[in-house]
Design a protein around this ligand. Structure first.
Ligand SMILES: Nc1nc2c(c(=O)[nH]1)N[C@H]1C(S)=C(S)[C@@H](COP(=O)(O)OP(=O)(O)OC[C@H]3O[C@@H](n4cnc5c(N)ncnc54)[C@H](O)[C@@H]3O)O[C@H]1N2
Ligand code: MOO
Length: 400
């Protein structure tokens, strides 16, 4: 049976970035990956500009930073200087205003005193050529790459893109994720379950996980354990999504129809079963560019398989570098003793302590016990066999 790392390698081999599309650069674009370099259309700043309210001066006129100058002009931000600053002269100007020709420094207002007759006294021993001036093109030169392909759109990136004149850009769209719960025993939340029935947790949970991982979820309802009905709804999912998530019906039972129905619809299975707990029956296949995950029906198994395999796949489809889920090595807050026949992902909660972050193992009854994960934000990766760790023992932790 495959181990988790080998299985994830296979998934990531098939998770290629989706086709880029032109995207308006609104907050809705946050988190998308830019698919093509964006170059600056102009120098930024487009002119040498003052960083202070004060006076543009020639440092040659101010030995030891002191001297009296004649003010020849006043320039507000948005205005353009018309006069060159000559020997013994200064221009009054404001933050953001273009620095006039001839001047090589700006003295801030607080280091000056206005005299009568259009004169100003300057006293700034620290003045040096270039002081308080942003040179033209200091931030970026016209034609150079302002925001490279592969950048994850952040508020900073959106600001910079606007600064180079862009209102749209080529980005990779979020994956369309179909979610289909399967099982004759399932009823939706508003229904009181009859004998032998249970409510469908996986549908809402997986659509929410898909959304949180940057996907665009579409809930396809509950597929019943009937080949014809299941085939129709799975076919629809395959035709309309980039990633199809099925939950339930993938293990060894007579009514676990998913693997055969998928095969019948032309899905190539790349693996079925992974050496892990929970989540052993996980199935992964593809049809064309669509990735198909047959997740085990137990809610914690479905949740863990999503975090370990589907989330990395969604991120890779969205143009992020292929990578396993984020992990940390953290000391335990309390002793932990279990015995597992497979490598096990045990729910935990990260807590701050005076010595840094630690992880608290949560009390948990197994793959059907979703309640135990209500406060979980970590999965402790435990090896197969007997585990007997003292408090403080450092464990690998997958961040949820
Ligand atoms: N003979 C074997 N039996 C089982 C094996 C095995 O290897 N040999 N594997 C076990 C493991 S491990 C798991 S996990 C489960 C997974 O089974 P399926 O993926 O086929 O899932 P179901 O049988 O349909 O459901 C399992 C369990 O989860 C409940 N469930 C299903 N869907 C939902 C939902 N949407 N919301 C809430 N709960 C759901 C379902 O009622 C079952 O109790 O198989 C073991 N068996
Ligand atoms: O692997 Mo199953 O997912 O133990 O519960």
């Amino acid at each position: 049976m495959l181990d988790v790392a080998a299985a994830l390698d296979i998934v990531l081999r098939f998770a290629r970035p989706l086709k880029p599309e032109m995207t308006p650069l609104t907050p809705a674009a946050l988190g998308r990956v830019l698919a093509k370099d964006v170059r600056a259309d102009l120098d930024s700043p487009p002119f040498a500009k003052s960083m202070m309210d004060g006076y543009a001066v020639r440092t040659a006129d101010l030995p030891s930073g002191a001297g009296e100058l004649v003010v020849v002009e006043e320039i507000a931000a948005g205005a353009v200087p018309t006069k060159t600053v000559g020997a013994g002269q200064a221009t009054a100007l404001y933050t953001g205003a273009p620095v006039p020709a001839g001047a090589d420094a700006v003295v801030m207002k607080e280091r000056t005193e206005v005299l009568g007759g259009g004169r100003v006294r300057v006293a700034d021993p620290a003045i040096t050529s270039g002081k308080n001036i942003v040179p033209r093109a200091q931030e970026i030169r016209a034609g150079n790459v302002a925001v490279p392909s592969g950048t994850v759109l952040s508020p900073m990136a959106l600001g910079l893109l606007a600064g180079v004149g862009r209102v749209d850009a080529l980005t990779i769209p979020p994956a369309r994720v179909g979610v289909l719960a399967t099982g004759n025993e399932l009823v939706e939340a508003p229904t009181v379950p009859g004998p032998g029935q249970i409510r469908n947790s996986n549908g809402p949970m997986l659509t929410a996980q898909a959304s949180r991982a940057g996907g665009q979820p579409r809930y396809l309802g509950i597929g019943r354990d009937d080949e014809t009905a299941l085939r129709a709804v799975i076919r629809e999912g395959l035709d309309t999504t980039d990633v199809l998530l099925l939950a339930g019906g993938v293990s060894a039972g007579k009514f676990d129809l998913v693997p055969d129905v998928l095969r019948g619809l032309g899905v190539e299975t790349h693996f079925h079963h992974v050496r892990m707990k929970p989540g052993k029956p996980l199935l992964f296949g593809t049809r064309g560019n669509t990735l198909v995950f047959g997740l085990p029906g137990n809610p914690v198994s479905a949740l863990v398989c999503f975090e370990l395999f589907v989330r990395p796949a969604l991120l890779a489809l969205a143009g992020r570098p292929p990578a396993p889920p984020p992990s940390l090595r953290l000391p335990l807050t309390a002793p932990l003793a279990t015995t597992n026949d497979r490598p096990t992902y045990h729910p935990g909660k990260r807590v701050e302590s005076p010595d840094g972050q630690r992880v608290q193992p949560l009390s948990w009854f197994g793959s059907a016990d979703l309640r135990a994960l209500l406060t979980a934000d970590a999965l402790l990766a435990l090896p197969a066999g007997e585990v007997k760790y003292a408090a403080g023992h450092v464990v690998d932790v997958v961040v949820l």
